[in-house]
Design a protein around this ligand. Structure first.
Ligand code: ADP
Length: 338
């Protein structure tokens, strides 16, 4: 026999099994010297294989080596059941990953909608409640002295209910501050437009038994700001509300903003009662109130919320205050200047 005869027998066997591959046969002696070669096959890098050398005969102990390309068809035919299982598993895993990805995306979108909805809700509820509070005050003032009994009781109940509603709205706002942090939706917008809108609202809802002057000092260097407009609006609204609440009959509130190296500073300054050094350290804590607000209604959540908003923007919150002179709450929001 020779290598050519061996090759033709082997190729016939392959043909019977519906397979084709070219083989290079090599016969070597015991010292590894090539004695005979048949076939011009050169193995490819990817599928090239070498069979374990076979010892030929008993006396001369020649070795037969063979190089061939691994046949994918052969592999597929032999392992079709395993391949099918792997394919099914891959398909199922793919479906699971796609479903998971889809539900995460939906959940994220739902979270954003939920937050926007709460914002709109808080904002839309807060304004009418404050307007009704003001109306309640006027109603009580213009009621004839002689009024008593059922009518007076109705006005009192209205006031109590309004307080409860106010508390619920504030709680709603603070529930937005979740344990895993505060999510903000940063946009670029005109700061002056937001502040004008804010002052306009406060002029509408401000207490009627006080004379309040709002003074906005615009900055020629700042037009646009990068921040969450809803949260910033709500935070500044809290500062304005406090400036109105914790002050005398003649209130002067100055809102000023300026460009600094690290960002934009917004300050809300009042000529109110002021805060002493000791209390300055605690006013941003949840539910902290100085002497229970000295008779002024509140829940100690306003400044806590303001600080959370500033913190979420990676900003800084400062307060300068002197008893009897007033307070200045300064928010610094980092901005990237080109
Ligand atoms: P609330 O107003 O509901 O009490 P805040 O968290 O807004 O809650 O304020 C905490 C406390 O800080 C208030 O009870 C008040 O005593 C004090 N405070 C806040 N703002 C001012 C201010 N502009 N002037 C004086 N005191 C203030």
């Amino acid at each position: 026999w020779n290598l050519e005869a061996l090759n033709s027998i082997f190729q016939k066997k392959l043909k019977d099994a519906n397979l084709t591959t070219s083989i290079r046969w090599v016969k070597k002696d015991t010292l590894g010297r090539v004695l005979e070669v048949f076939g011009d096959h050169t193995s490819s890098f990817l599928f090239g294989m070498q069979a374990t050398p076979i010892q030929l005969g008993l006396l001369d102990k020649h070795l037969l080596e063979s190089d061939f390309d691994f046949s994918l068809t052969c592999f597929a035919l032999k392992n079709w059941d395993r391949l099918f299982t792997i394919l099914c598993l891959l398909l199922i895993s793919g479906c699971c990953i796609a479903t998971l990805y889809h539900s995460i995306k939906t959940e994220k979108r739902a979270g954003i909608y939920r937050e926007q909805f709460t914002h709109t809700l808080v904002h839309d509820l807060k304004t009418p409640v404050q307007v009704i509070k003001k109306d309640e005050y006027l109603l009580r003032r213009y009621l004839p002295e002689s009024i008593e009994g059922r009518t007076l009781k109705l006005v009192d109940t209205m006031k109590e209910d309004l307080e409860v509603l106010s508390q619920k709205i504030d709680t709603l706002l603070t529930t937005m501050i979740t344990a895993d942090g505060f999510k903000i939706n940063v946009k670029v917008f005109e700061l002056n437009v937001l502040l004008e809108k804010l002052i306009q609202l406060h002029r509408k809802i401000a207490s009627t038994n006080k004379e309040i002057i709002y003074h906005l000092i615009p900055s020629p260097d700042v037009n646009f700001i990068r921040a969450d407009p809803n949260h910033l609006y709500e935070a500044l609204s809290n500062l304005l509300e406090n400036a109105e609440k914790y002050s005398g009959e003649q209130v002067k509130i100055t809102i000023e903003y300026r460009k600094i190296k690290s960002g934009i500073q917004i300050s809300v300054k009042d000529n109110g009662w002021g805060i002493n050094e000791e209390n300055k350290r605690y006013i941003f804590e949840k539910n902290y109130r100085i002497n229970e607000g000295n008779g002024v209604k509140g829940f100690g959540l306003g400044l806590y919320y303001v600080e959370m908003v500033v913190h979420a923007h990676k900003g800084k919150m400062d307060v300068q205050s002197e008893i009897g002179k007033g307070s200045d709450f300064i928010i610094t929001l980092p901005q990237k200047w080109k």
